[in-house]
Write a protein that binds this ligand. Structure first.
Ligand SMILES: [Zn+2]
Length: 488
């Protein structure tokens, strides 16, 4: 509306001026610098109006440009950012492809075009690291610590470098600092946990599990397992330094957290046995036997029994009754029966166990039985030969590298894996899965030869003949191959 009124007013003024100039005609003559201008007064007024309009337009244009340096800056800045981002992308791609020289070339462009030097430093550090120049990489990562925004990434870079150069003390320091900056970062939690284990800082590792739980790094089951392992590791240290009461307290705590933890049960029962508290040792084993019977626990149980062999058998029967169908229950009954000269009971339990599982110790027990009950030396020798080819006995072994240890330890002494040492049978490559021939030296059947070789664990399925005939004659599967039979 205002615009319309302004337009009408300007038009009226112009029309009025035109009419007025038409009603009052005249001429104007200007002589200037040797030039002469001669025209009507209306033409002069029009020329002055046009000149004013041109001046106003020029003035407006200049004002827009002069008052808008941000606009020009934005245009230029946008181009610089675009170039910088392109260089950054190319640098990262070159790094991924392993071309350090090209990556460094793009790094210089990133530095030139992008104002924030964090990305440049990160790219430069990674390129230097890939190039094997750890000192240069370290300098870049250290420079990143100066800014709050890039400090975490600098610490992570320094942590990786320290791990690479096996400087574990520095790595632990960087990991702790990175964890303080970002307590929920899963990668840092896992690395810090491993470093704490290496330096045997059990209490700090236990407190870190609280953060791990909040960050959902491990599942509930794994958290419980790790807690039990750490508490047992503390108990190990307590045993080594003679603090038996503290060790017992810790081991009970570990077993409360994870009742099926054989390592803790064996340590606790063994400690009670060494302290001559046999009843407590047996109570621990009775409790664990329900869920995780093992020859390790069985051996300690038998060691705590003294006196009349028949009474010992009664005690073992009480243990076996907690888990009557388990092979280990049958084996420990056979062992106790052998000691008490109860041949029928020993044979019955051994045969029952061997229908499901055959290990070297089972053949040795059977050989002992043949010798003591029937004085059959030839049969005993034959069984001992079979024992030498049977699945090895279970022992404390690392599940990661297969190394044997003489007792339970929290980390494998060979490969340093945490919690990998368990009571288990070794891994074994089985090359002749089945033979139906009952005698040693016979070649395997055609069907058996067609079965693929397999890697089995825990000694439960190595013998494929058990799959077919229920293991009634399972020792056949362990028949030595021709030419490999050793002398007895
Ligand atoms: Zn290992």
């Amino acid at each position: 509306m205002i615009r319309l009124l302004t337009f009408i007013l300007i038009t009226a003024v112009l029309v009025g001026c035109t009419v007025w100039f038409a009603d009052n005609p005249g001429r104007m003559t200007v002589v200037w610098l040797g030039y002469r201008f001669d025209g009507s007064i209306g033409m002069v007024a029009l020329a002055l109006l046009a000149l004013t309009a041109i001046c106003v337009l020029i003035w407006r244009g200049w004002t827009i440009i002069a008052n808008s340096p941000g606009w020009v800056g934005r245009l230029l800045g946008s181009r610089r950012r675009k170039k910088g981002q392109q260089a950054l992308t190319m640098g990262l791609l070159e790094l991924a492809s392993g071309d350090v020289r090209q990556a460094l070339k793009h790094t210089r462009a990133v530095d030139r075009y992008l104002e924030d030097d964090t990305l440049t430093r990160l790219l430069t550090a990674q390129a230097a690291e890939l190039d094997g120049n750890n000192d240069a990489a370290k300098r870049q990562f250290e420079a990143m610590l100066e800014k709050p925004d890039s400090a975490f990434f600098g610490l992570r870079g320094l942590l990786q470098l320290s791990l690479k150069t096996n400087d574990r003390e520095d790595a632990l320091d960087y990991a702790e600092r990175a964890h303080r900056l970002r307590p929920r970062n899963p990668a840092v939690i896992v690395t810090l946990f491993d470093l704490l284990l290496t330096s045997k800082r059990w209490d700090r590792a236990l407190s870190l599990l609280v953060d791990a739980q909040k960050a959902e790094v491990f599942g509930e089951q794994e958290l419980t397992r790790r807690r039990a392992l750490l508490i047992t590791a503390k108990a190990e240290d307590a045993i080594a330094s003679g603090e038996n009461a503290e060790a017992i307290k810790l081991l009970r705590k570990a077993l409360n957290a994870a009742g099926d933890f054989t390592g803790a049960a064996v340590l606790l029962a063994g400690l009670y046995r060494d302290l001559k508290q046999e009843t407590k040792a047996r109570d621990v084993i009775l409790q664990s036997w329900r869920t995780t019977p093992s020859a390790a626990l069985g051996a300690i149980y038998l060691e705590t029994l003294t006196g009349d062999p028949l009474a010992q058998v009664k005690s073992v029967e009480k243990l076996a009754a907690t888990n009557p169908d388990h092979v280990e229950s049958q084996i420990i009954l056979a062992e106790a029966a052998l000691l008490a000269d109860l041949w029928g009971m020993a044979r019955n339990n051994l045969e029952k166990a061997m229908t499901r599982k055959t290990e070297a110790r089972h053949y040795r027990l059977l050989a002992d039985l043949e010798l003591r009950e029937k004085q059959d030396g030839a049969k005993a020798r034959d069984l001992l030969v079979k024992a030498s080819h049977a699945n090895p006995d279970p022992d404390w072994r690392c599940g990661a590298c297969g190394a044997e240890t003489d007792r339970w330890v929290v980390s494998c002494p060979s490969c340093h894996s945490f919690g990998s040492v368990e009571w288990r049978s070794p891994l074994r490559v089985h090359q002749a899965p089945k033979t139906t021939a009952p005698d040693a030296g016979n070649p395997p059947s055609k069907d058996a030869a067609q079965k693929p070789a397999a890697i089995e664990q825990n000694g439960t399925i190595i013998d494929h003949s058990n799959d077919d005939d229920g293991g009634s004659d399972s020792d056949n599967a362990n028949t030595p191959q021709k030419g490999t039979q050793p002398a007895v």
